[in-house]
Design a protein around this ligand. Sequence first.
Ligand SMILES: [Zn+2]
Ligand SMILES: [Zn+2]
Length: 347
Amino acid sequence: MKAVVFEQYGEPAEVREVPTPHPADHGVIVRVEATGLCRSDWHGWQGHDPDITLPHVPGHELAGVVEAVGDRVTAWHPGDRVTVPFVCACGTCGACASGDQQVCERQTQPGFTHWGSFAQYVSLNHADVNLVAMPDEMTFATAASLGCRFATAFRAVVQRGRVAPGEWVAVHGCGGVGLSAVMIAAAAGARVIAVDISPQALALARKFGATECVDGASTPDTAQAVRELTGGGAHLSLDALGSPATCAASVNGLRRRGRHIQVGLLPSPSGTTPVPMARAIGLELELLGSHGMAAHAYPPMLELVRAGVLRPDLLTTTTITLDETPAALAAMGTAPGAGVTVIEPWS
Ligand SMILES: [Zn+2]
Ligand SMILES: [Zn+2]
């Protein structure tokens, strides 16, 4: 099969022929019909993810058709149209037993712990725990966007963030996860403030329901801007980019007893990131992390998509081939871009 492979961190990836994988006895092989290009793939390529071993194939937001099934898989069959959370759970550890598969103790992640979906086929583990059936009317490109950014944003805004109608919600960083969060918060009846340094990203955020936009390129203190726009601060704020600056701005833009949700990854050479904890104490802030979403939690989100309340399909702005992927991956470092790029490995 064809796959996008890199041999060294930060060195150009290339498309080449590699062996087609076989399923584990608890797993499946999926023929990849669409796979999203995500900033996490760029972080992995840069060497920021300790789970990755070289050579490596990135890609973790995918949808496709089950091609081959392991002996112990009971729920899935060749021909099933499926997507999958980027955190694939083991199904048997303590976290999984309590329903928290998104923080499984023995999780695997395609494109991180093993070869991912920038390829014509991908191997997925513990299929009975992790696969999600795609609604008939959903396209592969739309389903691919659910596995990481949209499901992650849904859990962050709805389940971790406990968004309520009328609340002010600030979203710092309007890439894939951020724009998804804007759409989900607006659909929940919140008043959404989008913060980004890209005019294109802010224009998309406005299209997806943001009522206010803060241009970080021309606003020295975005937290202050959020506090002024909201009369004291946001009720709920997300760092959807993942940087010390956006994390601090999100926390500093909250009102008393506000909730900060850290969604964007925060790679740091020292392993820690400074957070304004004095403000967290004085204002009784809640600081929460959010990590993907378990497969069993997908149905309420899929129902909102089916009903047209949520439109993840509108987030896809570019569709590319496998051959165009190495350059697009490299470009994410300097120009994360506005909107979502979907790769079609068979085109
Ligand atoms: Zn587990
Ligand atoms: Zn992702």
